[in-house]
Design a protein. Structure first.
Lengths: 308, 293, 418
């Protein structure tokens, strides 16, 4: 998408150019222009501004004084930043992997002509409707060893049951994964369900006539056909993982210690509470670079494919 | 394709179905747990919450906490509950959803049916806008809103949500219209229909599923937003999530879990309602194209 | 779905919003704060009503959460937009940082008229003034080096209050033997820091506190005394209950109130919880200085910083600043909040025993020069250094860093944040 090749114009027919035609050709661009201009300013302009800020000496508020690579040097000498990156790797891989696995699993189950689909589907989808500002208290409570699941199991007589991940620095990041999966896997399920419903029944019938078992039909035929859905799900989840913020704040506030710090919480705290806005901006630039590395190749391949 | 199981023997097919139902019901219960905790806690008394089990049913259900959360709980110095903030959120969400959906539809229409050189680059750039971390835009946004005189106003908040929703809405409609037959548009052009007439008469009437997806998506995101709300609005004009946060994470005082939970349920009701009512169309809309993006 | 109907609704809503936005009266103060709990809001209501009697309307802008971090984000957005609130609840070095941006109002005339210079302790004035000009009206003085004990549990353990760290450990062991949580603590960085600074003061005395915390001297931060501090922290950690991570301070206080825990190290805002639970100092609970810190006070003061709003709003702003320093308000507010008045000329008769002790200790410390800023609340170091120190403290307490690693990391973190 870096090269702008002249596209075959699908719609307007080329006859004699007249004033009306000129207007007709210009109007679509005119309609698109405000949105595009807004995006240019409020997304790309702000990105440039953030990049610039990361090279300044900004502390509490933006200061436009050149500071060179100082902020980047500070960023990469912060133990917190390494913890944040490592946590993002753990969180990202597990979150994306488990969401896709559970989402696909439930979608396949839901696709077996389930009678109560209308009841079940919203149950799996509803977590997506709620923000962690809303559900955070319930989650925190649920995961707390003294009040939540562990306590409940003890009350039920299972005295040796232990579930103290929330307060264990080594395990706390996994509680964030659990809550994240709870929220997003239903949405992934819906994507897979939509994908499954879109598959041509004839292909499957043909495979059945050939005597293929249900498992092998799924493994050999259906799942490979869902490849585009996997890709979409990956992109959606990857960007949610990188942007995850409410989730961590609601559950652990980044703790215990700094055990659940993520790049997004790092950036927020350095920009807004630690008065090191240049370091915060530098971390934002790093996040944007990470996102770019994931998204641009995807966009490139997607938009090229559809060209054919 | 749901016919996959029909080749196996009836007996084992029935067993398999029991397993499937059991698995689905188990998973559904797990997914419902947090909502159950919120609901049952909101119906309990404080003593029962302190002494009892989180998962126990309320012994003596009472809606006192709900009444308090809605109309009496203190947020800051005024004790009028969250009802006012509920309407603030509505005032913000409705225009923001309508405007961003409409713009997204027009953008998608132009990007698929009125292509021009470079349309892919334009689309790619708009799509990338979906991925910007919102924390990074707060300060420059505040500056520009201030310059435009929109600082600390509902109009400003609506604008912010439209800006950062545009990428998503454009993506949804662009992918949907991509699959819409060009022939219909061409035929209409030959009949002399103009740009807007084709949009209103031909594309929009058949856009039901994708409008549902877009509206659900935008409604949920904007309703649930906290960061923009807390930065670009204040006091009695704040949206629901900001008020809820003030109520729930107040740094001191007796923690009224039941009132907190009741307030949280109120904050969740509109989005829950939308998902439950429109959930069916959601999958249908995803099928119709959004998934491929 | 009927698009036309929705767009009509939207237009209506937008109109409503615009009308609401333009209605702004002249005599109005907009106050950004994070006091959202029942008791705090009640205390603030006193101020609101005082102002309303003078014809000033109060526009409330509460932003709770994260000990004011959400509020600071909102404040940045408002100042950047060129539309700051009239008054903002701020602490310590944040006051200086904002004043440095040139957005502060000037309260010199009012302060001179009302004689603030004479009645507000110099240690506090250092923050209420910027380059010699008054920019903020201090509301109260909290102090953080307190230990709150459940009286029943204490009596059962012999009834003698600890006066040094060794006696504290003995007492905590006694609590443990009673089968209750010995020390109620909430694992949040600022709470970890509050405990740590009390231990520093107790271990090394006021001079060491000044050197290590106020001056952030690298040698003091990694020396033998500091090693003792961290060892004590590790020891104290063994007296927590397993659920302490992320717990809010008031829930820990509740444990002590209910007798499920024996003691809590916390600032005097903790007393507000006891009072609301209808408990009496001396009969239900005991307030003492954190063992080994009698004679010194680590303070944290809430202040309303006044922002430069200009014009008519300034009149209302001055009225508010004056109302904050009004002795009647100082008494009404601080008896509810658990803190002591920000001015030293107020009689202690309306205060309970803990309040009286707090005021006496404050005066003593102020004259002796041992009234020192609390690190955890931003009165000892600027935000960047403070947070860097809290990082190390909280990671050590949670077992992510060994004592040796913490001693090495602490001066490094301070240097990196400067």
């Amino acid at each position: 998408m870096t090269t702008i090749e002249p596209m075959p114009v699908v719609v307007p027919e080329r006859r004699k150019p007249s004033l009306a035609d000129g207007l007709r050709n210009g109007l679509p661009k005119l309609v698109l222009a405000p949105s595009f201009a807004i995006i240019l300013v409020f997304v790309y302009g702000f990105i440039l501004w953030t990049v610039y800020l990361s090279f300044t000496t900004s502390k509490m508020m933006p200061i436009y004084k050149w500071g060179g690579f100082d902020a980047y040097y500070r960023l990469w000498s912060q133990p917190n930043w390494y913890v944040a990156m490592q946590n993002l790797a753990i969180f990202g891989i597990l979150y994306i992997g488990i969401c896709i696995a559970i989402g696909l699993f439930i979608a396949i189950l839901m696709d077996q002509r389930i009678r109560a689909e209308g009841v079940l589907r919203p149950i799996f989808l509803y977590p997506m409707a709620l923000s962690f500002v809303v559900t955070g208290t319930a989650w925190k409570w649920f995961l707390n060893p003294g009040l939540g699941l562990e306590n409940t199991m003890h009350n039920l007589g299972w005295e040796s049951f232990k579930f103290d991940w929330l307060v264990n620095p080594k395990m706390a990041i996994y509680t964030v994964v659990i809550a994240g999966v709870w929220q997003a896997s239903g949405f992934v399920m819906a994507m897979f369900l939509a994908g499954l419903r879109g598959i041509d029944g004839e292909i499957i019938k043909a495979a059945q006539i050939d005597g293929a078992s249900t498992v092998s039909i799924y493994r050999r035929i259906i799942i490979p056909l869902l490849r585009p859905v996997f890709l979409s799900a990956f992109i959606v989840l990857a960007h949610m993982a990188i942007k995850s913020y409410d989730l961590v704040i609601a559950l652990t506030g980044g703790g215990p210690g700094n055990a659940t710090e993520l790049p997004s919480t790092f950036m927020y705290s350095y920009t807004f509470t630690r008065n090191q806005m240049n370091v915060g901006s530098a971390s934002a630039v790093m996040m944007l670079m990470g996102i770019t590395a994931i998204i641009v190749p995807y966009l490139y391949s997607e938009l090229r494919e559809k060209n054919q | 394709m749901s016919a996959a199981h029909e080749t196996v023997s009836p007996g084992s097919a029935r067993a398999a179905r029991y397993v499937i139902y059991a698995a689905l019901i188990f998973l559904a219960l797990v997914y419902l747990l947090p909502l159950y905790v919120m609901l049952s806690t909101s119906l309990k008394s404080l003593d029962e919450i302190r002494g009892g089990d989180m998962l126990a049913l309320p012994g003596d259900p009472s809606i006192a906490a709900w009444v308090k959360a809605w109309g009496e709980a203190c947020i800051g110095v005024s004790c009028v509950g969250i009802k006012g903030y509920f309407w603030n959120s509505i005032k913000m969400v409705v225009p923001a959803v309508v405007i961003s959906t409409l713009l997204g539809a027009l953008n998608g229409y132009v990007l698929t049916k009125w292509r021009f050189p470079g349309h892919k680059l334009v689309f790619g750039m708009m799509l990338f806008a979906c991925f910007i971390p919102f924390q990074a835009v707060l300060i420059p946004m505040a500056r520009l809103l201030g310059a435009a005189g929109l600082s600390n106003s509902t109009a400003g908040l609506v604008f912010v949500h439209v800006v950062y929703g545009l990428g998503f809405t454009t993506l949804f409609f662009r992918n949907y219209y991509e699959a819409f037959p060009d022939e219909l548009v061409k035929a209409a052009m030959i009949d002399g229909a103009g740009f807007f007439k084709i949009f209103w008469r031909i594309l929009l009437p058949s856009s039901g599923p994708i409008i549902v997806v877009t509206v659900i998506y935008q409604f949920t995101n904007i309703w649930n937003d906290f960061l923009f709300g807390v930065s670009f609005s204040s006091g009695e004009a704040s949206p629901m999530t900001v008020a809820l946060n003030n109520l729930v994470s107040s740094s001191t005082g007796v923690k009224e879990y039941n009132v907190d939970m009741a307030a949280a349920v109120f904050a969740a009701l509109p989005t829950l309602f939308v998902y439950i009512v429109a959930g069916r169309y959601f999958v249908r809309g995803l099928m119709a194209g959004a998934v491929k993006g | 779905m009927n698009i036309r109907m929705i767009s009509k609704l939207a237009a209506g809503a937008a109109m409503l919003a615009m009308v609401a936005g333009t209605a702004k009266s002249a005599e109005q103060v907009e106050v950004l704060h994070w006091w959202t709990s029942g008791g705090e809001a009640a205390a603030l209501n006193v101020l609101k009503e005082n102002l309303q009697k003078q014809g000033v309307t109060w526009k409330d802008m509460p932003v709770a959460g994260g000990a004011g971090s959400a509020a600071m984000t909102a404040l940045r957005a408002r100042v950047t937009a060129g539309d700051p609130p009239t008054a903002v609840q701020l602490l310590g070095f944040d006051l200086r940082d904002w004043s440095e941006m040139g957005v502060a109002a000037n309260l010199d005339d009012l302060a001179a008229k009302e004689g603030w210079d004479k009645v507000i302790p110099p240690a506090l004035q250092a923050f209420s003034k910027y380059e010699g000009h008054w920019v903020a009206a201090p509301v109260n003085i909290h102090s953080t080096n307190w230990l709150w004990l459940n009286k029943a549990a204490l009596d059962k353990a012999g009834g003698k209050v600890p006066t040094n760290l060794d006696e504290l450990i003995t007492l905590l062991d006694a609590f443990k033997a009673q089968g209750i949580t010995a020390l109620a603590h909430g694992g949040v960085p600022w709470q970890d820091g509050t405990l740590w600074e009390a231990v520093v003061l107790s271990t090394g005395g006021p001079d060491f506190y000044k050197k290590a915390v106020l001056d952030a001297d690298p040698a003091a931060l990694s020396g033998d005394t500091m090693k003792k501090v961290f060892d004590t922290m590790s020891k104290l950690r063994t007296y927590f209950d397993p659920n302490f991570s992320g717990r809010e301070w008031n829930l820990s206080t509740a444990l002590v109130i209910e007798g499920k825990a024996g003691a809590q190290e916390m600032g005097d805002w903790s007393k507000g919880e006891w009072l609301r639970a209808n408990k009496k100092p001396g009969t239900d609970f005991v307030c003492i200085r954190f063992p080994g810190t009698q004679g010194s006070v680590l303070f944290n003061a809430d202040q309303f910083m006044m922002f430069d709003v200009g014009g008519d709003a300034e009149k209302a702003q001055q009225k508010m600043a004056s109302a904050v320093e009004n002795p009647a308000f100082q008494i009404a507010f601080n008896t509810v909040k658990g803190s002591v008045p920000a001015r030293t000329d107020i009689s202690d008769e309306k205060f309970d025993d803990c309040g009286k002790k707090g005021m006496k200790d404050l005066n003593e410390a102020s004259t002796k020069g041992t009234l020192m800023g609390s690190l955890a609340h931003g009165y000892a170091q600027p935000a960047a250094v403070k947070e860097a120190m809290l990082d190390v403290i909280t990671q050590h307490l949670n077992g992510q860093l060994t004592t040796d690693a913490a001693l090495k990391r602490l001066p490094e973190a301070v240097a990196a944040a400067k």
